[in-house]
Design a protein around this ligand. Structure first.
Ligand code: BGP
Length: 460
């Protein structure tokens, strides 16, 4: 065996409430922004398939936990839907939601599958979006209340928590690029949202440490190492600035408890400074995460800007750099994202050297495939050897980082069962298990059988 992971290493997978649960109006769940957006603009969603059309984990959770065993997983990440647990954000928990989450998390723990539970995966309750969403300081307090309730309700069975998934995504997509509700282009609001999210995360960390001193709480960040096109100082500088915005903007407050001064200077220079409170800054400083989740799909290829940005246009981080298609880069032919496993090694070393060798886990990594049906073998199983190769290549780089001292404790594949995706719906399939959307039938793919062997041998 060439690649071997330490004893106790977590092999599992990840999903989120909105992408798997379905039952989006059942049992008193209140709407979140995805329900609202789908209702208002269904044509924006691939094939008109919305958050109701999922693998309905809400009904199939028992069967799905069986499948976790069959695919060898000792851990599993999902999220709580805020608007399911607290349909009234200032009211009491919804008993049906409490029962559902208790059943899921309790069963996972009882059956030896460590639950990793995330509090927020892009799914702002509509009632709170209407009150300003993450632009509002009041919503930050309501998030802390929600986090505290979740810790009190499920803390006996959940020992690993996350405050947020990929917070830079709701900042960029919601407030700069119009891919997520509220679909604004408002750089000042984006800066406020980013700061409020870091604050909310720190408040949840503090609450978790108070309520559950033995639990661990982290944040999931999508780290995208920014590689310069050349050694030319202008390209290197461009990559450095991309790194500040794309990665350090959440990594530094979450792990160091403070923002990189250079990032703050850039934000000031553009007149985008959020409303900041000294007491809140102290909360960020004093409540850093216990561990990190790292989602990695592809790196950022960056070069110096070819031309000056339009001074009339709203500020974007790309004011300072261009993202370019590196000639010869290796692409996933089935989806179109770059495949560059070596970046996972670079992430491992960066966390070791610049972030106090913090404990971390790969919280997402995976290969989306369009039209996966064409890979079905004679026995009806999807023969996804490309996914096995993809995982092997990433694990090889990860193992190298661990051998060199990086403190990585596990690997969670995106995803367990083919799931619904924001705007892409079911276009790209990622699962170890295939979902028939019509019949809800689940079928383990070749990669799912292989994943069990991988986990049992702790390597390949
Ligand atoms: C991450 C999200 C996941 C998932 C994944 C795959 O950014 O955390 O929720 O969707 O990306 O991306 P996509 O669904 O766009 O293929």
């Amino acid at each position: 065996m060439d690649v071997k992971f330490p004893e106790g290493f977590y092999f599992g997978s990840a999903t989120s409430a909105t992408q798997a649960e379905g039952a989006h109006t059942a049992d008193h769940k209140a709407p979140d922004i995805w329900d609202l957006w789908f209702e208002e603009e269904p044509y924006k969603f691939h094939g008109g398939v919305g958050p109701a059309d999922t693998s309905t984990f809400f009904e199939h959770w028992r069967e799905d936990i069986e499948l976790l065993h069959e695919t060898g997983q000792n851990s599993f990440r999902t999220s709580i839907s805020w608007s399911r647990l607290l349909p009234d954000p200032e009211g009491d928990p919804n008993p049906e939601a409490v029962e559902f989450y208790r059943n899921v998390f309790g069963t996972l723990r009882a059956e030896g599958v460590e639950p990793f539970v995330n509090l927020f995966h892009f799914d702002m309750p509509v009632a709170l979006q209407e009150r300003g969403g993450w632009e509002s300081r009041e919503v930050v307090d309501l998030y802390e209340r929600y986090a505290r309730i979740a810790f009190e309700l499920f803390g006996d069975v959940v020992k690993r928590w996350y405050t947020f998934n990929e917070p830079i995504v709701h900042v960029e997509c919601g407030y700069l690029q119009q891919y997520h509700y509220p679909c604004k282009v408002d750089p000042k609001a984006a800066a406020q949202v980013a700061y409020h999210t870091a604050l909310a995360s720190a408040l949840a960390v503090r609450a978790c440490h108070e309520v559950l001193p033995d639990a661990k709480i982290g944040i999931v960040l999508n780290l995208t190492p920014a590689y310069p096109r050349s050694d030319n100082p202008a390209d290197v500088r461009a990559a450095h600035i991309a790194e500040l915005f794309a990665n350090k903007s959440f990594l530094d407050p979450s792990v160091h408890g403070a923002y990189d001064p250079e990032l703050v200077e850039l934000i000031k220079k553009h007149g985008l400074m959020p409303v900041v409170d000294e007491t809140d800054l102290a909360i960020i400083r004093d409540n850093t995460v216990d561990y990190l989740g790292v989602n990695f799909y592809q790196p950022l290829r960056v070069c110096a800007r070819a031309s000056l940005p339009n001074p009339e246009a709203p500020f974007m981080p790309t004011y300072y750099y261009d993202v370019y298609a590196m000639p010869g880069r290796r692409m996933n032919p089935h989806r179109g994202w770059e495949i560059y496993p070596h970046a996972l090694y670079d992430i491992a070393i960066n966390l070791r050297d610049n972030y106090g060798n913090i404990e971390w886990i790969v919280s997402e990594n995976g290969m989306g495939v369009e039209g996966e049906d064409k890979f079905r073998g004679a026995d009806g199983t999807i023969q996804d050897d490309y996914r096995i190769d993809f995982i092997k290549e990433h694990l090889t780089e990860l193992a190298r980082g661990i051998d060199e001292g990086s403190n990585c404790i596990g690997y969670h594949l995106w995803t367990f069962i083919d799931c619904w995706s924001w705007l892409n719906a079911y276009k790209n399939r990622y699962g170890l298990v295939e979902l028939d959307l019509e019949t809800q039938e689940r079928r383990i793919k070749k990669s799912g059988r292989w994943y069990k062997q991988l986990a049992e041998a702790r390597g390949f």
